[in-house]
Design a protein around this ligand. Structure first.
Ligand code: GTP
Ligand code: MG
Length: 219
Protein backbone atom coordinates (compact mmCIF):
# COMPACT_ATOMS: atom_id res chain seq x y z
CA UNK A 1 0.00 0.00 0.00
CA UNK A 2 1.39 3.44 -0.83
CA UNK A 3 1.72 6.08 1.80
CA UNK A 4 0.07 9.45 1.37
CA UNK A 5 3.43 11.11 0.85
CA UNK A 6 4.67 8.65 -1.72
CA UNK A 7 5.88 10.67 -4.70
CA UNK A 8 4.28 8.20 -7.07
CA UNK A 9 0.94 9.38 -5.77
CA UNK A 10 1.38 13.04 -6.53
CA UNK A 11 3.32 14.40 -3.60
CA UNK A 12 4.22 17.57 -5.48
CA UNK A 13 0.65 18.20 -6.44
CA UNK A 14 -0.60 17.15 -3.02
CA UNK A 15 1.33 19.98 -1.38
CA UNK A 16 0.24 22.54 -3.95
CA UNK A 17 -2.06 24.98 -2.17
CA UNK A 18 -2.93 26.95 -5.27
CA UNK A 19 -6.51 25.88 -5.90
CA UNK A 20 -10.05 27.14 -5.37
CA UNK A 21 -11.73 23.95 -4.32
CA UNK A 22 -10.72 20.53 -3.22
CA UNK A 23 -13.05 17.61 -3.87
CA UNK A 24 -12.63 14.17 -2.44
CA UNK A 25 -13.87 11.49 -4.84
CA UNK A 26 -14.09 7.73 -4.48
CA UNK A 27 -14.19 5.00 -7.09
CA UNK A 28 -16.12 1.94 -5.95
CA UNK A 29 -17.39 -1.31 -7.44
CA UNK A 30 -16.62 -5.01 -7.58
CA UNK A 31 -13.10 -6.33 -7.98
CA UNK A 32 -11.78 -6.35 -11.57
CA UNK A 33 -14.36 -3.95 -13.03
CA UNK A 34 -11.49 -1.58 -13.87
CA UNK A 35 -11.41 1.06 -11.10
CA UNK A 36 -7.63 1.29 -10.90
CA UNK A 37 -7.31 1.24 -14.69
CA UNK A 38 -9.85 4.05 -14.93
CA UNK A 39 -7.90 6.20 -12.47
CA UNK A 40 -4.55 5.49 -14.14
CA UNK A 41 -6.01 6.38 -17.51
CA UNK A 42 -7.36 9.65 -16.15
CA UNK A 43 -4.39 10.69 -14.03
CA UNK A 44 -1.44 9.33 -16.02
CA UNK A 45 -2.95 8.38 -19.41
CA UNK A 46 -1.65 4.83 -19.05
CA UNK A 47 -3.28 1.41 -19.31
CA UNK A 48 -1.96 -2.05 -18.55
CA UNK A 49 -3.74 -5.29 -19.42
CA UNK A 50 -2.28 -7.03 -16.35
CA UNK A 51 -4.59 -7.33 -13.37
CA UNK A 52 -3.04 -6.30 -10.06
CA UNK A 53 -5.88 -6.29 -7.57
CA UNK A 54 -5.81 -3.28 -5.24
CA UNK A 55 -4.90 -3.89 -1.61
CA UNK A 56 -6.97 -1.65 0.64
CA UNK A 57 -6.98 1.83 -0.82
CA UNK A 58 -4.78 4.25 -2.77
CA UNK A 59 -5.21 7.76 -4.07
CA UNK A 60 -4.04 10.12 -6.74
CA UNK A 61 -4.31 13.86 -7.01
CA UNK A 62 -5.23 15.76 -10.14
CA UNK A 63 -6.14 19.38 -10.67
CA UNK A 64 -8.77 20.36 -13.23
CA UNK A 65 -10.09 23.70 -14.42
CA UNK A 66 -13.86 23.95 -14.49
CA UNK A 67 -15.96 27.10 -14.69
CA UNK A 68 -12.90 29.32 -14.14
CA UNK A 69 -12.03 27.47 -10.97
CA UNK A 70 -9.01 25.35 -10.12
CA UNK A 71 -10.39 22.21 -8.61
CA UNK A 72 -8.00 19.84 -6.93
CA UNK A 73 -9.30 16.30 -6.97
CA UNK A 74 -8.21 13.79 -4.40
CA UNK A 75 -9.31 10.54 -6.02
CA UNK A 76 -9.44 7.44 -3.87
CA UNK A 77 -9.26 4.08 -5.57
CA UNK A 78 -10.82 1.42 -3.37
CA UNK A 79 -10.27 -2.34 -3.38
CA UNK A 80 -13.31 -4.19 -4.67
CA UNK A 81 -12.56 -7.36 -2.76
CA UNK A 82 -14.98 -8.03 0.09
CA UNK A 83 -12.22 -8.58 2.64
CA UNK A 84 -11.19 -4.93 2.46
CA UNK A 85 -14.72 -3.59 2.94
CA UNK A 86 -14.16 -2.36 6.51
CA UNK A 87 -11.12 -0.36 5.41
CA UNK A 88 -12.67 1.07 2.28
CA UNK A 89 -15.99 2.15 3.78
CA UNK A 90 -14.07 4.14 6.40
CA UNK A 91 -13.05 6.45 3.55
CA UNK A 92 -16.60 7.20 2.39
CA UNK A 93 -16.98 9.92 5.01
CA UNK A 94 -16.44 13.35 3.54
CA UNK A 95 -16.48 12.12 -0.06
CA UNK A 96 -18.34 14.54 -2.28
CA UNK A 97 -18.56 12.31 -5.30
CA UNK A 98 -18.53 8.65 -6.21
CA UNK A 99 -17.82 6.85 -9.43
CA UNK A 100 -19.68 3.59 -9.08
CA UNK A 101 -18.39 1.11 -11.61
CA UNK A 102 -19.51 -2.17 -13.11
CA UNK A 103 -18.12 -4.18 -16.01
CA UNK A 104 -20.46 -4.48 -19.01
CA UNK A 105 -19.19 -8.06 -19.55
CA UNK A 106 -19.90 -9.16 -15.98
CA UNK A 107 -23.50 -9.63 -14.80
CA UNK A 108 -22.52 -10.03 -11.15
CA UNK A 109 -20.73 -6.68 -11.09
CA UNK A 110 -23.96 -5.10 -12.37
CA UNK A 111 -26.14 -6.89 -9.81
CA UNK A 112 -23.83 -5.59 -7.09
CA UNK A 113 -24.52 -1.97 -8.01
CA UNK A 114 -27.55 -2.02 -5.71
CA UNK A 115 -25.34 -3.11 -2.79
CA UNK A 116 -22.78 -0.42 -3.54
CA UNK A 117 -25.58 2.15 -3.53
CA UNK A 118 -26.59 0.89 -0.07
CA UNK A 119 -22.99 1.25 1.10
CA UNK A 120 -22.98 4.88 -0.04
CA UNK A 121 -26.28 5.53 1.77
CA UNK A 122 -24.91 3.95 4.92
CA UNK A 123 -21.43 5.43 5.06
CA UNK A 124 -21.41 8.72 3.17
CA UNK A 125 -23.30 11.96 3.50
CA UNK A 126 -26.62 12.64 1.76
CA UNK A 127 -25.40 15.19 -0.74
CA UNK A 128 -22.68 13.04 -2.27
CA UNK A 129 -23.06 12.90 -6.05
CA UNK A 130 -22.81 9.59 -7.89
CA UNK A 131 -22.12 8.62 -11.49
CA UNK A 132 -22.73 5.05 -12.57
CA UNK A 133 -20.14 3.85 -15.08
CA UNK A 134 -20.38 0.72 -17.22
CA UNK A 135 -16.68 0.12 -17.95
CA UNK A 136 -15.02 -2.01 -20.67
CA UNK A 137 -17.36 -0.84 -23.43
CA UNK A 138 -14.54 -1.72 -25.86
CA UNK A 139 -15.47 -5.39 -25.26
CA UNK A 140 -18.75 -5.29 -27.14
CA UNK A 141 -18.44 -8.94 -28.25
CA UNK A 142 -18.56 -10.06 -24.63
CA UNK A 143 -21.16 -7.60 -23.50
CA UNK A 144 -23.91 -8.95 -21.19
CA UNK A 145 -25.31 -5.64 -19.92
CA UNK A 146 -26.95 -3.44 -22.54
CA UNK A 147 -26.57 0.34 -22.32
CA UNK A 148 -30.34 0.52 -21.73
CA UNK A 149 -30.15 -1.65 -18.62
CA UNK A 150 -27.35 0.52 -17.29
CA UNK A 151 -29.25 3.71 -17.99
CA UNK A 152 -32.46 2.30 -16.49
CA UNK A 153 -30.73 1.31 -13.25
CA UNK A 154 -28.98 4.68 -13.03
CA UNK A 155 -32.34 6.44 -13.45
CA UNK A 156 -33.86 4.30 -10.71
CA UNK A 157 -31.04 5.17 -8.34
CA UNK A 158 -30.99 8.84 -9.33
CA UNK A 159 -27.47 8.68 -10.72
CA UNK A 160 -26.04 9.92 -13.99
CA UNK A 161 -24.77 7.27 -16.37
CA UNK A 162 -21.89 6.71 -18.78
CA UNK A 163 -20.45 3.74 -20.57
CA UNK A 164 -16.68 4.01 -20.71
CA UNK A 165 -13.44 2.24 -21.49
CA UNK A 166 -10.25 2.72 -19.54
CA UNK A 167 -8.50 0.69 -22.23
CA UNK A 168 -9.60 2.73 -25.25
CA UNK A 169 -9.90 5.98 -23.30
CA UNK A 170 -13.62 6.41 -23.91
CA UNK A 171 -15.52 8.85 -21.66
CA UNK A 172 -12.90 8.69 -18.90
CA UNK A 173 -12.24 12.41 -18.70
CA UNK A 174 -15.90 13.16 -19.31
CA UNK A 175 -16.96 11.11 -16.27
CA UNK A 176 -14.64 13.02 -13.94
CA UNK A 177 -15.54 16.39 -15.41
CA UNK A 178 -19.26 15.69 -15.20
CA UNK A 179 -18.85 14.62 -11.58
CA UNK A 180 -17.00 17.85 -10.79
CA UNK A 181 -19.73 19.84 -12.53
CA UNK A 182 -22.59 18.19 -10.63
CA UNK A 183 -20.76 18.68 -7.34
CA UNK A 184 -20.32 22.37 -8.22
CA UNK A 185 -24.02 22.62 -9.14
CA UNK A 186 -25.00 21.03 -5.84
CA UNK A 187 -22.65 23.36 -3.99
CA UNK A 188 -24.18 26.48 -5.48
CA UNK A 189 -27.68 25.15 -4.72
CA UNK A 190 -26.83 24.74 -1.07
CA UNK A 191 -24.70 27.88 -0.76
CA UNK A 192 -27.31 29.63 1.38
CA UNK A 193 -27.99 26.65 3.54
CA UNK A 194 -26.09 25.65 6.64
CA UNK A 195 -24.96 22.48 4.95
CA UNK A 196 -21.21 21.80 5.21
CA UNK A 197 -21.04 21.95 1.44
CA UNK A 198 -21.75 25.67 1.75
CA UNK A 199 -19.37 26.30 4.57
CA UNK A 200 -16.74 28.22 2.69
CA UNK A 201 -16.28 30.92 0.15
CA UNK A 202 -13.66 30.83 -2.52
CA UNK A 203 -11.26 28.62 -0.67
CA UNK A 204 -13.69 25.94 0.29
CA UNK A 205 -11.87 22.84 1.40
CA UNK A 206 -13.22 19.76 2.91
CA UNK A 207 -11.87 18.50 6.13
CA UNK A 208 -10.13 15.29 5.45
CA UNK A 209 -12.08 12.99 7.68
CA UNK A 210 -10.43 9.89 6.22
CA UNK A 211 -8.42 7.65 8.45
CA UNK A 212 -4.70 8.08 7.75
CA UNK A 213 -3.09 5.68 5.33
CA UNK A 214 -1.09 3.19 7.28
CA UNK A 215 2.64 3.64 6.93
CA UNK A 216 4.71 0.54 6.46
CA UNK A 217 1.61 -1.58 6.14
CA UNK A 218 2.49 -5.23 6.26
CA UNK A 219 -0.58 -6.46 4.36
P1 GTP B 1 -9.74 -4.36 -7.69
O1 GTP B 1 -8.54 -3.52 -7.43
O2 GTP B 1 -9.53 -5.81 -7.37
O3 GTP B 1 -10.97 -3.84 -7.02
O4 GTP B 1 -10.02 -4.32 -9.29
P2 GTP B 1 -10.17 -3.02 -10.22
O5 GTP B 1 -11.61 -2.66 -10.33
O6 GTP B 1 -9.24 -1.95 -9.78
O7 GTP B 1 -9.73 -3.59 -11.65
P3 GTP B 1 -8.43 -3.22 -12.52
O8 GTP B 1 -8.41 -1.78 -12.90
O9 GTP B 1 -7.25 -3.75 -11.83
O10 GTP B 1 -8.74 -4.03 -13.87
C1 GTP B 1 -9.02 -5.41 -13.89
C2 GTP B 1 -8.67 -5.96 -15.24
O11 GTP B 1 -9.54 -5.41 -16.24
C3 GTP B 1 -7.25 -5.65 -15.69
O12 GTP B 1 -6.74 -6.78 -16.36
C4 GTP B 1 -7.42 -4.50 -16.66
O13 GTP B 1 -6.42 -4.45 -17.65
C5 GTP B 1 -8.78 -4.81 -17.28
N1 GTP B 1 -9.50 -3.61 -17.72
C6 GTP B 1 -9.73 -2.50 -16.99
N2 GTP B 1 -10.43 -1.59 -17.69
C7 GTP B 1 -10.64 -2.14 -18.91
C8 GTP B 1 -11.30 -1.68 -20.09
O14 GTP B 1 -11.84 -0.59 -20.19
N3 GTP B 1 -11.33 -2.56 -21.15
C9 GTP B 1 -10.73 -3.79 -21.09
N4 GTP B 1 -10.82 -4.56 -22.17
N5 GTP B 1 -10.10 -4.24 -20.01
C10 GTP B 1 -10.05 -3.42 -18.93
MG1 MG C 1 -7.92 -1.81 -8.25
Amino acid sequence: MASATDTRYGHKDATDQNFDYMFKLLIIGNSSVGKTSFLFRYADDTFTPAFVSTVGIDFKVKTVYRNDKRVKLQIWDTAGQERYRTITTAYYRGAMGFIMMYDITNEESFTSVQDWATQIKTYSWDNAQVILVGNKCDMDDERVISPDRGKHLADQLGFEFFEASAKDNIHVRQVFERLVDIICEKMSESIDSDHPMASGGKHLRFMDTSPPLQQNCAC
